[in-house]
Structures are given as C-alpha cells and as structure tokens.
Design a protein around this ligand. Structure first.
Ligand code: PMP
Length: 434
C-alpha cells in the first residue's frame, strides 16, 4: 500500500472535514503551516505529548503547537490555573494583579528586563519593537537578516529572497527594511556607510528557529558593533525564548543583553495567545513627557494583559521554576549529543548538517552527502519525510528540507531517544524509495 493510500485509510474522518473546510478557508486551512497533502488532520483532543485525531488515532506531537507548547498539551497545573481564572472573569478591560505577578517573576529571574509591554502575538511584538526602535532613534530603516522570520506584519512580511513584496504589501515599505546576509563584515560595512539605520533584528539562534544557525560568537560581536554605532539590537526570541535552547533566553548563551527583546509562544507555555516586548530603561525614558509634548508611545489593544493569558503565563513560569525544566532540556540535549556521536544519523546517505541547541533540532536532508547538493525543491523531500513519519504516529514538520524536531521541554529521555530512532528508521526506509 502506498503512503498516501495508507494515510487515507487511517484518516477518513479528517478527509470528510477537509471537504467542508475547503469551501471556507484558503487551501482549506486556518494556518498555512497546517496545510498537508492530501489533507490535514483534524484533532479532537490533546494531552501531554499526544494528540488524538477525528478518527481516534493517537499521534505523538513533536511540533507542539508551532513550537509553543513547551510543557506539552493540557498540563494539569496550567489547566487548573486557567479554569480558576475563567470562573473569575476572562476579560476585565482593567488592570489585574496577575500581570504584575508575572512581570515581577520574570524581572526577578532576569533583572536586565527593565520595562515590558504585552501584545497578543509574536507578530505584534516585533512590530512594536520596530516602531519603538524607529521612534527612539529617529531613523527609518531596520536591518533584518536573510531568512530570519519575524511574523507577518507588512514591514517584515517580505521574503528575504524575493525581490518584490507579497501580494497586498505596499512596495513603498520595502525601503524601510533592509535584508542583509548573516555576515558581520557586511553588517559592519553597512552600518558604517549609512546613518539611517535604527536597529538590527534577528533570531538569536539563526534563521527559522536556528535551522540555519549562526556561528558561535556572532551575536556577541553583533552586539558590540551595533552598540558602537548606537544602533539598537532587537532579539526576536518568539520561537526560542523560555527554555528551548537550554537557557531561558537564547541570547544568554553569549551573554548578550539586547536593547529590545520580543517573546511570545512559550510565554504562556503555549496555552493562550500572549506576547511581550522587553525594553531597557533608557528606551523607556525617552518616551516620558507630558501628553501635549507628543512623546508618549501609545500601544494598547482590547485584550492587552488578558487575565486568562496572564494566569497561564504565571502557572507556566512557576512550573519552570519548581520542576527545574531547564535542567531537563540540558539532559536531553546531552542525550542527543551522545546520539549524534554514535553517528547513526550521519551514516544515513541523505543526511547533511545536523544542528541543535537544547532540544531544538534541525536535520538537513541533502541529495549528496559529500557535496551537500540539495534536492530539487519541487520534490518536497522534507515534507514527504514528515508525511512518512506521520504513519508511525509521529508528527514532525519540515522547513524546506530541514526536519525540525521540537519536543516539549519536559519530554522524558526515553521518549526523546525513541523519536530519534524513529527518524533514523524512517530515513533508512526512505533511501530505498528515492
Ligand atoms: N518571530 C519568530 C522568530 C517566529 O518564529 C514567529 C512565529 N513562528 C513570529 C515571530 C511570529 O509570531 P506569531 O505567529 O505569534 O505572530
């Protein structure tokens, strides 16, 4: 039986729901990243590392809610905190102490977080950071690095490889962001040559959750050269903040304190939409003034600091602390290091680079291991590989031909290594059909 025929056999309920969804949503999905051929899975329930689909299949989830569900699905402590808050009111349209409690906790853990502002998504958090950077420096242009993703707002929506804007994005905005390669000499030369650059924004572990990692020391040097020119450094920790890399924030690995930092996803353990932008006191102070002076930086939205989301964030941060989650990430990272050292992955002929930081892993699939020649993109080898794994009850995703493994931070060592074995076994299967 072909992979597709087997998939159709196992997921008839999802196929039926997709027929209806196709008449409603673009490509039949509510998020482009959930588009899967021949049809996506419809999930009815999730718990821990598992999801159950509309046909009752149990799937192991290593995508964990677009990388957000750090503690796995439906952790009882977070569910209890949110349920408790739910009964006390979901949206006060007023201040609540929950936001203060969370902010106090994060500031206690990271005294360098001086001021913060909540938003609801990573996209809004980076949008806010960019606007702050422009307003603070009085300069219009923001540098981003090729391939680094910062959400879907117009200023950052353009794919760095494309020479035109995505449909609907005003071309005039192209000049407001400048895409540079992750090359320090090039960035330094650009900052030296131009006086209109407000900030450099980047994913501190490299493009796409570190699927294309940055060299060791890159962030530290970038910090030095931006500081030397009084250009702000914005670390987008939306995907990697809150422990993914084995430290609470990825920039800690290089001892870097950015001027602005954006967090989302894992801020609530991935349970509810909440995001934040952190700023230094220096930036905050620049906007102080009487209302009529026009300095005030306004930014509120209907659900800012939503009590439900703050309750989830508090419960999640508390679990981090009590369960020593970061130590578990370190243990699993070590286990993966040992796994890689055994070279079983490297021995598979289609495996190129293997990148990992904490338990954020990218396994690159290449056509030729020696030359590192890539597969023709039209073959969608990465997506095909993930489709094959789904048949084993494992949900992974690919970014191009890089297989991304992001298990919940609390995953046990045995389950984690079982996943690695499943990847190796499926690679062996794939070799016979390519
Ligand atoms: N920045 C990064 C690094 C991200 O990975 C993402 C989402 N994948 C975003 C920003 C946008 O976040 P959101 O989807 O919450 O808008």
């Amino acid at each position: 039986m072909t992979i597709e025929a087997n998939y159709r056999r196992l997921h008839a309920g999802s196929a039926a729901r997709y027929q209806q969804a196709r008449t409603m949503f673009p490509n039949g999905v509510t998020h482009d990243g959930r588009y899967v051929t021949p049809f996506p899975l419809y999930v009815e329930r999730s718990q821990g590392a598992y999801k159950w689909d509309a046909d009752g299949n149990r799937l192991i989830d290593y995508v964990t809610g677009h990388g957000a569900l750090l503690l796995g699905h439906a952790h009882p402590a977070v569910v209890a905190a949110v349920s408790n808050q739910m009964a006390r009111g979901t949206h006060y349209g007023a201040e609540s102490e929950l936001a203060i409690q969370w902010a106090a906790l994060i500031q206690e853990l990271f005294p360098s977080i001086e001021r913060l502002r909540f938003t609801a998504s990573g996209t809004e958090a980076t949008m806010l950071a960019l606007r702050l950077a422009r307003a603070y420096t009085g300069r219009p242009v923001v540098v981003r690095l090729a391939g680094h993703y910062h959400g879907w707002h117009d200023l950052l929506a353009r794919d760095s490889a494309a020479d035109s804007s995505p449909p609907g994005v005003y071309d005039g905005l192209l000049e407001a962001t400048m895409v540079l390669p992750a090359d320090l000499a090039c960035i330094e030369a650009t900052l030296a040559a131009r006086s209109d650059i407000a900030a450099v924004i980047l994913e501190p572990t490299g493009a796409s959750y570190g699927a294309l990692p940055l060299p060791q020391g890159f962030l530290r040097e970038l910090r030095a050269l931006t500081a030397a020119r009084d250009v702000l450094l914005i670390c987008d920790e939306v995907a990697v903040g809150f422990g993914r890399t084995g430290k609470m924030f990825a920039c800690e690995h290089e001892g870097v304190e950015p001027d602005l930092m954006c967090v989302a996803k894992g801020i609530t353990g991935g349970y509810l939409p909440l995001a934040a932008t952190f700023a230094t006191e220096r930036i905050f102070d620049a906007f102080l003034g009487r209302p009529w002076e026009g300095k005030t930086f306004y930014h509120g939205h209907t659900y800012t600091g939503n009590p439900l989301a703050c309750a989830a964030a508090l419960a999640s941060l508390d679990l981090f602390d009590r369960n020593d989650v970061l130590r578990n990430v370190g243990g699993n990272a070590e286990a993966f290091g040992e796994f890689v050292a055994r070279r079983e992955l490297h021995q598979r002929p289609f495996v190129g680079d293997i990148r990992y930081k904490g338990t954020m892993i990218g396994v690159e699939l290449v056509e030729d291991q020696k030359t590192r020649a890539r597969f023709d993109a039209r073959r969608r080898v990465g997506a095909e590989f993930c489709a094959r794994l789904r048949k084993r009850g494992v949900i992974l995703r690919s970014l191009g031909d890089v297989i991304v493994i992001m298990p919940p931070l609390a995953i046990g060592r045995a389950d984690f290594l079982q996943l690695c074995d499943a990847v190796v076994a499926e690679l062996a299967q794939m070799e016979s059909s390519i």
